[in-house]
Design a protein around this ligand. Structure first.
Ligand SMILES: Cc1cc2nc3c(=O)[nH]c(=O)nc-3n(C[C@H](O)[C@H](O)[C@H](O)COP(=O)(O)OP(=O)(O)OC[C@H]3O[C@@H](n4cnc5c(N)ncnc54)[C@H](O)[C@@H]3O)c2cc1C
Length: 380
């Protein structure tokens, strides 16, 4: 693979950089996530940057995956906020494109791109996290619709979501991967209750969702009734598969910030060694991403290599933020305005704890890499 941009990719990158320069205002950068995010997402959509790789018939740009990689890289380098529809764009949309009916595509895809619909992901439950096949939320079939009862947890964006991609157990006698049904659920339907959960950072990005007798029309089922496991796997491949370049760019920004902190505050020889290690990890991540992109371009489906990128980035980010706080010394105790960079490193360190849990814990990702990338024997 040629690691340089083709002339056409270089032109796309230059045009995108110029667009970001003009459109990413301080107001958007510093604004509250939801309002500023809606504004920013609308601009991205109008400029044709939302859903770059989606087919044109669904409002996408039909661009190659290399453009999506360039887009994620440039957005992270500019420290631009993400499109508000993280789950819609990255997971619900691609799953609907792969397994949805024509009616589902017509109804949702354009609205996901424009953020008219915000989506959340209802997979995890109090007793079903790493092992999604333990899902117990039930969906009972009744006169042309399903009645959903149960509880989901850790659902990011559920407090602002209009729709949810939900994994349910529709066959009461079934176990594990069989008897699951994947459906699109209206978050404004009677019987849906969202309760925000406060995180260690003080923010409440994720929620519990309670479903009590929620009626979901059968036409909202994605894939086969009872065939939800395969559909859920498509969602999870997309969750990790296309994020790699954004994670790499986010790590590059963090390493650069760490280097300038070390220059300003000084670092011991051992700390300098640790900084060098993070830079080397970053280069390794870059080549892993390029390898994953090659297989994505060939097959059109994200491969298990995405798990390596997520694992490397989340672990590196935790080590790196810890080192930054060590460099700050006693000043690391301060929070808010009084703190160095307004408490950037303190916030990053606290948030990084969740990074090694969300979208697959590090232990689960190591199992995936061992079994599906390296071909080692299955762990169970
Ligand atoms: C910030 C954040 C956002 C999230 N957003 C969402 C969301 O939007 N939607 C959603 O559905 N979920 C979301 N989650 C939930 C996330 O997917 C789960 O927390 C994750 O899958 C782990 O599940 P669990 O918390 O039940 O832990 P468990 O699965 O109970 O794991 C507990 C511990 O056991 C280890 N473990 C479990 N099984 C194995 C095994 N086979 N081998 C080795 N070790 C193992 C795990 O690594 C972990 O250390 C989010 C989580 C976080 C932190």
């Amino acid at each position: 693979m040629d690691l340089r941009d083709t002339p056409e990719e270089a032109a796309f990158r230059a045009e995108l950089r110029a667009w970001i320069e003009t459109n990413l205002t301080d107001q958007i950068r510093r604004g509250r996530f939801e309002e500023a995010g809606r504004d920013w997402s609308r601009k991205l959509h109008e400029a044709g940057y939302a859903g770059l790789t989606w087919p044109q018939e669904y409002g996408g740009a039909g661009a190659p995956y290399s453009h999506q990689a360039i887009f994620l890289e440039e957005m992270a380098r500019a420290e631009a906020p993400p499109h508000l529809g993280v789950i819609g764009l990255g997971m619900a949309g691609p799953t609907i494109i792969a397994h949805g009916t024509d009616a589902q595509k017509q109804k949702h895809l354009e609205k996901i791109l424009s953020t008219e619909e915000i989506w959340c992901q209802g997979f995890s439950e109090p007793d079903a996290g790493s092992d999604l096949s333990a899902v117990r939320t039930t969906a009972r079939r009744e006169n042309g619709h399903f009645v959903v009862d149960g509880q989901k947890v850790w659902s990011s964006f559920a407090h602002i979501a209009d729709w949810c991609i939900l994994v349910t157990r529709s066959d009461p006698g079934s176990e594990r991967h069989a008897g699951l049904t994947y459906m699109l659920v209206d978050m404004h339907a009677p019987g849906v209750e969202v309760r925000p959960l406060r995180q260690i950072t003080g923010e409440a990005e994720f929620n519990e969702i309670f479903f009590t007798g929620v009626e979901v029309p059968e036409e909202n089922v994605v894939g086969e009734i009872g065939g939800g496991w395969q559909v859920a796997m498509t969602t999870l491949l997309h969750e990790r598969g296309t994020l790699g370049f954004a994670l790499q760019a986010a790590l590059e920004i963090a390493v650069r910030k760490l280097v300038s902190l070390a220059r300003e505050r000084g670092a011991t020889p051992l700390q300098r060694d640790r900084i060098a290690r993070e830079w080397i990890e970053l280069q390794a991540l870059r080549y892993t991403n390029l390898r994953a992109l090659t297989s994505l371009v060939k097959t059109g489906i994200p491969g298990p290599e995405g798990s390596i990128a997520k694992l490397q980035w989340s672990e590196a980010n935790q080590r790196l933020t810890k080192l930054a706080l060590e460099l700050l010394g006693p000043e690391a105790q301060l929070l808010g305005e009084a703190a160095f960079l307004g408490g950037y490193w303190q916030h990053q360190q606290l948030r990084s704890r969740g990074n090694t849990i969300e979208a697959g814990t590090s232990e689960i990702l190591r199992n995936i890499v061992a079994e599906r990338v390296l071909g080692l024997p299955r762990s169970r």
